[in-house]
Write a protein that binds this ligand. Structure first.
Ligand SMILES: N[C@@H](CCC(=O)N[C@@H](CS)C(=O)NCC(=O)O)C(=O)O
Length: 215
């Protein structure tokens, strides 16, 4: 099974960390933004990453891919069956994909993607505004729902934790630290989840790659 994309994308990282937590062996194939690789384009009609190829079955979108994998490999269950728990897990995934990642993308695109990969200046005002005005409110929300110990939903790791931690990893790539005074639970939670082997090896590789690209 092949996953196309770069793990610096929170959506790709979410799929790779999820597969690692499930013990699903995936081959990660690097493609860049607007990549014309025909296999990738066949799996992702609009050229967005991630995309999956499982034999002749192809699928785009991190959530679609994860739902496919969860149905194919039910154990360990990372999307709970119980109605309320499942609803909460999908809420956190949506929050992470559409609200937290959108805010993070303003910083990541303008501080990293534009200058390093597109060789042009990013709009630093957009990035700084996202960091100062948008992000603190999102972290305030997380601070109100993250428990002192454990996970976002129930007693075990779920897709909710993987989805929320993934865009938090990008903050490290744009030199944004979660303020331990204002958001102590969120800071400890991010460290807890991102230190799991499923995330730690990906993030370490990303950091090394960015350090080389910036040098
Ligand atoms: N909803 C999609 C979002 C995927 C997405 O927007 N990926 C970005 C990278 S973070 C991308 O490929 N952008 C390139 C483009 O829009 O052309 C998912 O969950 O997979």
């Amino acid at each position: 099974m092949i996953v196309y994309g770069s793990s610096m994308s929170p959506f790709v990282r979410k799929v790779l960390a999820y597969a690692s937590e499930k013990g699903i062996g995936l081959e990660s194939r690097a493609v860049g933004m607007a990549d014309q690789d025909p296999e990738f384009r066949a799996a992702s009609p609009f050229g967005k990453m991630p995309a999956l190829a499982d034999g002749d079955y192809r699928l785009a979108d991190s959530s679609a891919i994860i739902h496919y994998l969860e149905a194919r490999y039910p154990e360990p269950m990372l999307i709970p069956a119980e109605a309320r728990a499942r609803g909460r897990v999908i809420w956190f995934e949506e929050f992470a994909d559409t609200i937290l990642s959108a805010c993070g993308a303003k910083m990541f695109f303008n501080r990293v993607v534009a200058p390093i990969f597109l060789k042009r200046s990013g709009d630093l005002e957009v990035a700084n505004n996202a960091e100062r005005e948008e992000l603190p409110k999102l972290l305030d929300y997380l601070e109100s729902v993250i428990p002192d110990v454990g996970f976002l939903v129930g007693e075990t790791l779920t897709l909710a934790d993987i989805a929320v931690a993934s865009p938090l990893a990008n903050l490290g790539h744009v030199d944004v630290e979660i303020d331990c005074a204002r958001h102590p639970r969120t800071a400890a939670y991010a460290e807890r989840i991102l230190n799991r082997p499923s995330f730690a090896s990906l993030v370490a590789k990303e950091r090394a790659f960015l350090a080389r690209a910036r040098a």
